[in-house]
Write a protein that binds this ligand. Structure first.
Ligand code: AMP
Length: 193
């Protein structure tokens, strides 16, 4: 299964991906996690990324494409993957299509977790207290939501046109949302069988 979990920051993509990767036996590829690992390891990329991420801005498409191409080429991604945090704009969606076409592994489905902004802000406050992610402070979250609305939300339309988009209600208990996602995955599997 080759899947993108799509949605605003704080919509629960990472939490759901952590559950689904066990079930599906495929890796969870989060570009945010990959970048945070670079920051932790104090690499050149990490140093460059930190100020951009702390400000809630996006890294350049070129840098992100390099990261994602490299990660998708690793052996554990052969049977499939759950992408989280990529693509984040139309140029990235286009680039991903091309990378996947090149390796003959097109996406099966893009699942959008739908969560209203008020709930997102509340969740990020909780995550800020628990994980101390600098970009989860309320002002930066508002900036990230603006960038999401401007640049990332149109990506849903990109996949809707290709009949790859499924929208799931992301509000509710963790396992309720997981069950909704699994129902979509089942119908995707059935449709491609
Ligand atoms: P996330 O954990 O997905 O919310 O990502 C945290 C931050 O990493 C984002 O606010 C961006 O600064 C950066 N980032 C992650 N994925 C991307 C991407 N696909 N394009 C540009 N920047 C990204």
């Amino acid at each position: 299964m080759r899947l993108v979990l799509f949605g605003a920051p704080g919509s629960g993509k990472g939490t759901q991906a952590a559950v689904l990767k066990q079930d599906l036996g495929i890796p969870h590829i989060s570009t945010g996690d990959l970048l945070r690992a670079e920051i932790k390891a104090e690499t050149e990329l990490g140093k460059k990324a930190k100020s951009i991420m702390d400000a809630g801005q996006l890294l350049s498409d070129d840098i992100m494409l390099g990261i994602i191409e490299h990660r998708l080429g690793e052996p554990d991604a052969k049977p499939g993957f759950i992408l989280d945090g990529y693509p984040r704009n139309l140029a990235q969606a286009d680039a991903l299509d091309k990378v996947l076409a090149k390796i003959g592994q097109p996406l099966d489905v893009v699942i959008k977790l739908d969560v209203p902004n008020e709930a997102i802000l509340g969740r990020c406050v909780i995550r800020f207290k628990a994980e101390h992610r600098p970009d989860d402070n309320p002002d930066t979250v508002k900036k990230r939501l603006d960038i999401y609305a401007d640049q990332t939300a149109p990506v849903a339309e990109f996949y809707a046109k290709r009949d790859k988009l499924r929208v799931v209600d992301g509000v509710g208990e963790l396992d309720e949302v997981t069950a909704r996602i699994k129902a979509v995955l089942e119908s995707t599997k059935a449709a491609s069988a």
